[in-house]
Design a protein around this ligand. Structure first.
Ligand SMILES: [Zn+2]
Ligand SMILES: [Zn+2]
Length: 141
């Protein structure tokens, strides 16, 4: 199952977010990025900054997080990363406590089996999980 922009916009409408060009471009940027992005990176994006100012990007990200469409990752506000929450898509991360670098984990996920079990037992649909592992990266060690 792949998520496209139209589906994300539907989820936004369901959460009461106003459909704006800025929202559409922000979601498109996150979708294309396929990894978590910092606020600073997003604010430097030309396509985004041609649509809205920095404060709007910040506000939209937090509204998306409140709506459960975007997730905030990382250690603190200054090194916060934002990523789309996509059901049935694997999203586990490795985070350096030194520099705040974040990397997707390229390893078989240990909890898919558990996810199936929870689905069967509870009847929940659209289950997803995200694991965050913290440590010191080779550069900081
Ligand atoms: Zn590091
Ligand atoms: Zn996983």
């Amino acid at each position: 199952m792949s998520t496209d922009l139209g589906e994300l916009m539907n989820r936004c409408r369901g959460s009461g977010l106003r459909r704006t060009k800025a929202l559409e471009v922000l979601l498109g940027t996150l979708l294309k990025a396929d990894r978590p992005m910092t606020l600073a990176r997003l604010q430097k994006s030309r396509t985004l900054s041609s649509q809205c100012d920095k404060a709007t990007i910040y506000r939209l990200l937090h509204r998306l997080a409140d709506a459960g469409i975007v997730r905030r990752l990382g250690l603190h506000e200054r090194a916060a990363y934002f990523a789309l929450i996509i059901p049935d898509q694997h999203r586990d991360y490795l985070i350096c406590t030194g520099c705040g670098t974040i990397d997707p984990i390229e390893a078989p996920c240990p909890v898919h089996h558990l996810e199936d079990e929870i689905r069967t037992k509870t009847g929940y649909q659209n289950l997803y999980h995200e694991l965050e592992f913290f440590g010191t990266c080779p550069k900081c060690a």
